[in-house]
Design a protein around this ligand. Structure first.
Ligand SMILES: Cc1cc2nc3c(=O)[nH]c(=O)nc-3n(C[C@H](O)[C@H](O)[C@H](O)COP(=O)(O)OP(=O)(O)OC[C@H]3O[C@@H](n4cnc5c(N)ncnc54)[C@H](O)[C@@H]3O)c2cc1C
Ligand code: FES
Length: 363
């Protein structure tokens, strides 16, 4: 997918391993870089074979902050995170793709959003909370933010400002797993036991239906999701964003079938793919054994992608005609309810009918 060089207008060290970078959007790219809370940018660096792309959630809030901001935690030995945190300076140009992702689901009806974050997982969570609180729709927000020590808290001042500005409808619980004696707040991990312990109080805060958003390590999210499901929160109201880049082995498991809105048409071993990207149409002949993304890339289509293994969600797209089969590992990134709406990951899908139409814009 096309990348655009955006200038770093500001850099702030959040804690020893994490920095926030603000990117300026030139006037002619404002529309391409409009975004929803919870979306991410794909940053590219390097040349030729050594070119790599990584996703970073926007930690800025659309319509509230000027420019775009990402908040990056350095991973030991990490190529792109190390470069962004330690080397990129104000004034530098960084190649980025337009925002993608579908973590946040806009809610018309007022809800009580429990927003769980661990470490750098606060990056997409903070703007979701701020967006809900400033939507004027009467949402309530409870941030639950886990860190080892108070020094490791990222975007803490901004979080405190949001809570103070909405004190009648927002609270934040900071939970520390390794704080010293000076810490007077909750201790331990944001785990199953913590959620079960706090749940009745969260429910008592309002009569609004609960919705949960979470971002952090997979084990943290698995435990939290299982706790909320046990406590009766419907799966469709639990949303998670994963930063981890590993798709668990799903080979040998049966694929999931997704059907577009229109009549699916005839099944076959060959297929014509029409893809809509950036308002343009691209066509590709599918060859047996390949996924939809690979078929489109073979023709030079400018489709968004990065990991090509179902973890980054860059290639999320909507099947509008025909039928496809998706690898079951897709459920590590999307929900069954997303598939029911026709959403798929092109890199994990292949056509089942002789013609399919897939829209990368309508997500
Ligand atoms: C949708 C999405 C949004 C993301 N948003 C953010 C964000 O807002 N802030 C942020 O800091 N990161 C975010 N990430 C993670 C980011 O994209 C990179 O995966 C991360 O920065 C590591 O890339 P790297 O090139 O530095 O490491 P690599 O060179 O790819 O990996 C170096 C080593 O670290 C391990 N590793 C890779 N990724 C992780 C990880 N996430 N946690 C632990 N170990 C890892 C690898 O297995 C490898 O051993 C997001 C990822 C996704 C998919
Ligand atoms: S390219 Fe990353 S999920 Fe498909």
């Amino acid at each position: 997918m096309a990348t655009y060089p955006l200038r770093i207008s500001r850099r702030r060290q959040e804690c020893d391993d994490t920095a926030s970078l603000w990117l300026d959007v030139p006037k002619d790219l404002v529309s391409a870089f409009s975004y929803r809370p919870g979306q991410f940018l794909t940053v590219e660096t390097g040349t030729g074979e050594a070119r790599v792309a990584r996703q970073y959630s926007l930690s800025s809030t659309p319509g509230k902050d000027s420019g775009l901001r990402i908040t990056v935690k350095r991973i030991d030995g990490g190529r792109v995170s190390g470069w962004l945190v330690d080397r990129v300076q104000e004034g530098d140009l960084v190649d980025v793709q337009a925002p993608r992702g579908r973590f946040f689901k806009e809610m018309e009806e007022p809800h009580h959003a429990i927003l769980l974050a661990a470490g750098s997982g606060i990056a997409p969570i903070l703007p979701i909370g701020r967006w809900l609180l400033e939507s004027g729709r009467g949402h309530r927000v409870t941030f639950v933010y886990g860190n080892r020590t108070p020094d490791a808290v990222i975007l803490g001042e901004e979080l405190a400002t949001v809570v103070a500005a909405h004190e009648s409808s927002c609270t934040a619980e900071h939970v520390m797993s390794r704080a010293d004696d000076g810490w007077t707040g909750p201790r331990g991990r944001v785990d199953r036991a913590y959620i079960v312990r706090r749940f009745a109080e969260w429910q008592a805060m309002s009569t609004l239906p609960l919705v949960v958003y979470m971002c952090g390590p997979e084990a943290f999210m698995d435990a939290a999701e299982s706790a909320f499901l046990t406590l009766g929160v419907p799966e469709a109201q639990i949303h998670r964003e994963s930063f981890d880049m590993v798709l668990e082995d799903d080979l040998g498991e049966p694929g999931l079938v997704v059907t577009g809105m229109a009549e699916p048409g005839e099944e076959g071993d060959t297929a014509r793919i029409v893809a809509v990207v950036g308002g343009e149409e691209y066509e590709a002949d599918w060859q047996e054994g390949e996924d939809i993304l690979s078929a489109l890339l073979r023709t030079g289509a400018d489709v968004p992608f990065s990991c090509q293994e179902g973890t980054c969600s860059s290639c999320i797209s909507k099947l509008t005609e025909g039928r496809v089969e998706v690898r079951p590992g897709v459920l590590q990134t999307l929900r069954q309810s997303d598939l029911d709406e026709g959403l798929v990951l092109a890199c994990l899908s292949h056509p089942k009918t002789r013609s399919i139409r897939i829209d990368f814009d309508e997500i």
